[in-house]
Design a protein around this ligand. Structure first.
Ligand code: ATP
Ligand code: MG
Length: 324
């Protein structure tokens, strides 16, 4: 669905939350923000690792300095060293200008290494050397330069697992481990859904100059029980879509994306990993059939298959009616 698509997020700096879990996390971040310790943020995609990293910077004594993010997953390995450490003129073919790297740009502020689990192995010893000495050399340079940066890391991957698999160096892992926080998934803090919804509506209507749609109880109830696989980003994208396409309208549950309208039983979302793909498919077909009151034609339309295919896959499904 549109909500789970990751795109360039326009950064909103103030995190919004009222849940106990986020209040606890924020209180812990406030305690360590002023100290120059390395912080690692864990959490599913879209939970708010970026926004909490910025919050940590804003709460620190470095707030007047730069906040420099670098997405380790987005930079090709051969360019990484120069991105991080900078380069001298002529460092490699085609580099006609001196360029400063992210470490130098972050001096006096915070360097945010996003998706650090993707940092190429070849660069890991160089980053470790910098973190231990606070000194580095630009690519093609000979002078040792100093940079005073505070490091915040974020990762979707489990670093201990990456270390065990030989994809992440243990020495770097222990050096950056510092203090680790997990940003909880949105489904574990439903108290944040309403305030985030209202916040994104205000933000989106002001940004695009459109009238806000009304979210009646029935729609809010559906949002409150949805599992939000794309977390806060998914909610933000959904609100944006509704504000633009349904501006000024009193929304109905039918205005929500089809996948959110179906009531997939929780049991289906927590399937045992021992099932075969065929068994999972069968259970899913059964769930869709039951949510359509056994109406085979409607279930087939929802699954984008022909009614005949549906019957072939589940000839004995209970409660099946022919339907329109
Ligand atoms: N508490 C919050 N208040 C307001 N906006 C939020 C909050 N949490 C997340 N967002 C918004 O949701 C979107 C996703 O958040 P963010 O980029 O921080 O997630 P992430 O955990 O870094 O995701 P990824 O792992 O995919 O990089 C952003 O647009 C961000 O501004
Ligand atoms: Mg992020």
């Amino acid at each position: 669905m549109a909500g789970s698509r990751k795109r360039q997020d326009v950064v909103l700096f103030e995190p919004v939350f009222t849940s106990k879990a986020m209040k606890r996390l924020d209180a812990s971040i406030q305690k360590v923000a002023e100290k120059d310790v390395t912080i690692t943020l864990l959490g599913e995609s879209g939970t708010g690792k970026d926004i909490m990293a910025r919050r940590c910077h804003e709460l620190s004594h470095r707030r007047a300095g730069p906040f420099v993010p670098i997405n380790c997953a987005a930079i090709p390995e051969q360019l990484f060293e120069s991105e991080l450490f900078g380069r001298e003129r002529g460092a490699f073919t085609g580099s006609t200008e001196r360029a400063i790297g992210k470490i130098e740009a972050a001096s006096g502020g915070t360097l945010f290494l996003d998706e650090i689990g993707e940092l190429p192995l070849s660069l890991q010893p160089k980053l470790l050397r910098f973190l231990e000495s606070h000194r580095f050399m630009r690519l093609g340079g000979t002078a040792k330069l100093a940079a005073d940066v505070r490091l915040i890391c974020a990762t979707l991957k489990s670093l201990p697992e990456e270390v065990a698999a030989g994809r992440f160096r243990a020495d770097l892992y222990y050096r950056i481990q510092g203090i680790t926080f997990t940003v909880p998934p949105l489904r574990e803090r439903p108290a944040d859904i309403e305030p985030l919804l209202d916040y994104f509506v205000r933000h989106c209507t002001a940004q695009h100059g459109v009238a806000a749609p009304t979210f009646p109880k029935a729609v809010r109830a559906r949002l409150a029980t949805w599992r939000w696989p794309g977390n806060v980003r998914e909610l933000r994208n959904l609100v944006e879509q509704l504000c633009l396409l349904e501006s000024g309208k009193r929304l109905q549950p039918t205005d929500l994306p089809p996948v959110m309208r179906s009531r997939v039983p929780d049991a289906l979302l927590e399937l045992p990993l021992s099932l075969t793909l065929a068994e999972v498919t069968e259970r899913y077909i059964d769930a869709v059939l039951s949510s359509e009151m056994g109406n085979r034609a409607r279930a087939a339309r929802r699954l984008h298959v022909s009614a005949r295919t549906l019957v072939r896959r589940r000839p004995t499904a209970a409660g099946v009616v022919k339907g329109p």
